[in-house]
Ligand binder design. Structure first.
Ligand code: 16G
Ligand code: MG
Length: 555
């Protein structure tokens, strides 16, 4: 770094001093705190993004959002060149940068890192960053802090992409780096055209819907996803869809609404009730990277029927598998019909879903919690489907498989009459365009679920009956130091403190179909307990028993 660069960093960082006593942590997917203390963090993430852009010679994204957290919080997520989460290799630097106590120490840290990583400061390709934010009022000032961080690197350019969902920004970063059109309009265009393509490919005999189950009502968490979904709905003009709880409506972001609330509490969000009994409903989280479905039972006060990420995954798996077997029927393309399909879940996946998928002869892999782990694993397959039970997930297609599908589908569009195999190739290609390849995206998820249900001729109830969830319970335990819990084997086993896993095993063995694990949260100062058993009462008692053990070992 030359002197001009050093003095620019010193000068701008003196405007974003770290508040006394504040310690922030990168966590699972970026920094998240009360918005009032975040400006120095976001400014520094701006610097980090610019350095990452120089290092990778690619466009990087910075998204200001705190997802499903309360209204007064905010946060920042970083999108890497492929649209995925920031490389884990850079996370420790992110932590150090965010907590550097003074401008001098910040400069020293950057200087050392730049040398260690050999980040080119030759000005050949200046850093380029796309900035986005959700609808939180604190977002505007924080976006400005990010912009100032970016522009404290000489020559770096920050483009404000406006109010977006998190997956839209990730999509744009990926598209920009692939050299394809990357505006919000292009995003909508790609989603609508691939959705229409899938609708047109629904077998004629299945095109008769019963009308009763056709309507979809979506809870937008009072956030950005609701507003964007309304735009998509208007553009499509074919879905019977109502969006409630959008940022344009009254109501507080994530307050008694949204996918996180619906999935964890198993209750209907605000604005939904017995009037919606039997209707197919869906819920997005605050930044629209999670999606769950549900239906409201006729009796008021009853729990909803939750159709969570595991069931969305199962629906996608059934559909993809059907298309692959259609491809397989044709002798000359057998090899590609045998494309490697992989499923990726976490330990939170309901045991009944994992059994169901294994019974379909699918390869099921477990990874630790957090999109970066699931995504990485799913990318190993020709088609990798990953989902967390909380509704975050997507379907990844390998470049080589997409190329192969393109060859098949070109043959079809150039006039040959479509065989079942060729239609299956076209469907898979359309899915690869509809479903976000960068990160889980509730908007593209809704469209894919809707068209698959129509393709199958299934109601939400038929879909929900693919398997019956085992009763489960999640609890959180406040402990002095959550980092003293260390896990292995995709968080299914505690290795430290010693003796805790043996105690959990002994407790779990008392229950029919019992399964239980504990892990430190990556986003909150707690240890989480998950328990599953053959009855709700048993799952509750098991979870409570293990929570007590955690307390004893760590309290
Ligand atoms: C973050 C993760 C999500 C994970 C959750 C777990 C991303 C984009 N988001 O929200 O995937 O399920 O953390 O939270 O990776 P926890 O560690 O507090 O249980
Ligand atoms: Mg989210």
């Amino acid at each position: 770094m030359n002197e001009e660069q050093k003095s620019l960093l010193l000068e701008s960082s003196s405007r974003f001093l770290l508040s006394q006593g504040v310690k922030v942590s990168y966590g699972t997917a970026g920094f998240r705190e009360d918005a009032s203390i975040l400006s120095s963090t976001v400014y520094r993430v701006g610097i980090l993004a610019a350095l990452r852009s120089l290092k990778t010679q690619s466009v990087i994204g910075v998204m200001i959002t705190a997802s499903h957290n309360k209204f007064s919080d905010n946060g920042v997520k970083i999108a890497d060149p492929n649209g995925g989460m920031l490389s884990q290799h850079w996370e420790p630097f992110a932590d150090k940068l965010a907590n550097a106590p003074s401008p001098q120490q910040l400069l020293q840290l950057i200087n050392e890192f730049v040398e260690k990583e050999r980040i080119p400061f030759d000005g050949v390709r200046p850093a380029e960053i796309l900035l986005g934010r959700d609808t939180r009022p604190s977002g505007e000032a924080l976006l400005e802090a990010a912009r100032q961080g970016v522009t404290s690197i000489v020559g770096a350019v920050a483009s404000d992409m406006g109010i977006l969902t998190t997956p839209q920004l990730h999509w744009m970063v990926r598209a920009r780096n692939k050299g394809i059109k990357a505006s919000e309009q292009d995003y909508f265009e790609q989603l609508t055209s691939s959705f229409r393509c899938l609708m047109d490919l629904i077998p004629t005999e299945r095109k008769v819907f019963d009308g009763v189950n056709d309507k979809l009502v979506v809870d937008g968490a009072n956030g950005v996803g609701g507003a964007k979904l309304r735009i998509l709905h208007n553009l499509l003009n074919v879905l019977d869809m109502e969006v409630r709880n959008s940022s344009e409506d009254e109501g507080v972001l994530n307050d008694g609404v949204g996918a996180d609330y619906v999935q964890k509490e198993k209750v209907a969000p605000r604005g939904f009730g017995s009037k919606d009994a039997g209707t197919r409903c869906a819920s997005l989280d605050g930044d629209a990277d999670r999606l769950v479905y549900f239906s409201v039972p006729p009796e008021s006060n009853a729990q909803i029927d939750l159709v969570d990420g595991d069931k969305i995954l199962s629906l996608f798996a059934v559909f993809i598998r059907e298309q692959l077997s259609l491809l397989n029927e044709k002798e000359d393309i057998k090899n590609c019909g045998k494309a490697r399909l992989g499923i990726v879940q976490t330990a939170y996946a309901n045991g009944a879903s994992t059994n169901y998928l294994k019974n379909l002869d699918l390869e099921v892999n477990l990874t630790p919690t957090g999109v970066k782990y699931l995504h990485e694993k799913a990318a190993e397959f020709d088609i990798g489907i990953y989902f967390e039970a909380n509704g975050h997930g997507t379907i990844l297609f390998s470049e080589s498989f997409i190329e192969w599908l393109e060859v098949r589908s070109n043959m079809l569009s150039s006039g040959s009459k479509g065989s079942e195999a060729e239609k299956a190739a076209l469907r898979l290609l359309a899915v690869s365009k509809l479903i976000n390849q960068a990160v889980g995206d509730a908007l593209s998820g809704v469209l894919l679920v809707e068209v698959i249900l129509k393709h199958m001729g299934w109601s939400i109830h038929r879909w929900n009956e693919l398997y019956i969830d085992l009763p489960s319970r999640q609890l959180k335990v406040k402990v002095a130091d959550r980092t003293s819990v260390v896990t292995a084997n995709a968080e299914t086993v505690v290795v430290s403190p010693p003796g805790l896993q043996e105690a959990i095993n002994a407790e779990t063995a008392k229950y029919n179909q019992g399964r239980c694990f504990v892990r430190p949260s990556g986003t909150e100062d707690v240890v989480r307990v998950y328990a599953e058993a053959s009855t709700q009462e048993a799952a509750d008692t098991l979870a409570n028993g293990v929570a007590k053990l955690v307390d004893q070992f760590l309290g």
